[in-house]
Design a protein around this ligand. Structure first.
Ligand code: A2P
Length: 341
């Protein structure tokens, strides 16, 4: 197989750094790595297979001879620069929300809808992190009996807001803003991307509030789940909450299927499903938790229960490393399907 020139846009960020590390650990066939970031990163380097590679400042000429460009530098950079990369002949896997809902852009989770990749016209979108984690966990159930309704509540880690989010939480946990008795208890760390202090707190607002009262993050879960799973307009709703966890998103998910299933059927399907780890022995205190799932590729599923009053409704507790499967790993898996299949 020929080796590829691979650009990583946003290579100094939380997801970009993980993309570089996933390319390395999965031995993706890279001939040259081109790490790209902003002026602020001039002089920095990233390590790839033991070699320090200088980070270049992103510009219109960054994509010459690039075969694959992984973008994770925010929506406005993707909107401006992904078409430039495509014009120069690269295939773009974009981690931002810029193109996800465009009808001609495939929105892909390889365990769920790998067939959508074939229809790409240069850009393939990587879904929202909470959406990826959810659809990996519920698709095996949907394949047993079509899902008719989804209700999700998320517990999203600080690193979902990038390196700045993780850094703000760590500084708050270290005591920043609370050392002096003259500073109010709810003072957040300087430069925090969150609307409030996160340490010792929960913030039930991720991304902007929309006219319908839901946040954009919540509506991303609704619209993206329908697109990836090819669902009819069944009821789906979400409540997305930022929690003071460094890494890995947790989700309480309730699904209703067309016909009743046994819990054994569900567990057997999840055990066999690619990308899923079943951790469902709550009496032995075995269930997914962010501290255990951080750094793990698979999405962990546990606490599987049948609704006490509705035989076709089930509750699940799902945890996934959102920097990895929720972003970097999913993007590299898409690239593997494109170039290595
Ligand atoms: P930089 O580190 O130079 O600011 P995160 O989501 O973890 O905050 O990371 C965002 C990534 O996007 C970083 O690598 C950041 O680079 C990059 N980025 C942000 N703005 C730009 C820009 N205008 N041009 C290129 N890269 C950018």
């Amino acid at each position: 197989m020929s080796r590829l020139r691979v650009a990583v846009v946003g290579a100094t960020g939380a997801v970009g750094q993980e993309m570089v590390s996933v390319l390395e650990s999965r031995r993706f066939p890279v001939s040259d790595l081109v790490p790209l970031a902003s002026e602020r990163s001039r002089g920095k380097s990233v390590t790839f297979h033991g070699e320090a590679i200088e980070v270049k400042v992103l510009g219109k000429d960054s994509f010459r001879r690039v075969d694959l460009a992984l973008f994770s530098a925010g929506g406005s950079i993707s909107k401006e620069m992904a078409p430039v990369a495509v014009k120069d002949g690269a295939v773009v896997v974009d981690n931002s929300s810029a193109f996800r809902m465009e009808p001609e852009v495939p929105l892909v989770v390889p365990e769920v809808n790998p067939e959508a990749i074939a229809g790409h016209r240069g850009i393939i979108a990587n879904p929202n992190c909470s959406t990826i984690i959810m659809v990996v966990a519920i698709t095996p159930i949907h394949r047993l009996s079509p899902i008719q309704r989804i209700v999700a509540s998320t517990y999203q880690a600080s690193s979902g807001a990038g390196a700045r989010g993780m850094d703000a939480l760590l500084r708050e946990l270290d005591g920043e803003g609370r050392r002096s008795s003259t500073v109010p208890l709810n003072t957040k760390a300087q430069g925090s991307p969150f609307p409030h202090r996160l340490a010792g707190n929960l913030i039930p607002r991720i991304d902007v509030l929309l006219d319908n009262g839901y946040t954009r993050e919540e509506m991303k879960m609704v619209h993206e789940t329908r697109k990836i799973m090819g669902l009819p307009p069944i009821p789906i709703s979400a409540t997305c909450v930022r929690v003071p966890v460094e890494r890995a998103h947790s989700e309480s998910i309730q699904v209703t299927t067309a016909s009743p299933l046994t819990l054994d059927q569900i567990r057997t399907a999840l055990r066999a499903a690619p990308g899923v780890k079943l951790e469902d022995a709550p009496r032995e205190d075995i269930y997914p938790m962010p501290l255990i799932v951080s750094g793990q590729d698979d999405v962990s599923v546990g606490r599987i229960r049948r609704h006490p009053d509705e035989p076709s409704t089930y509750d699940l507790w799902v945890v996934g490393d959102q920097v990895r499967k929720g972003a970097a790993l999913n993007a590299v898996q898409i690239a593997e399907k494109l170039f290595c299949a």
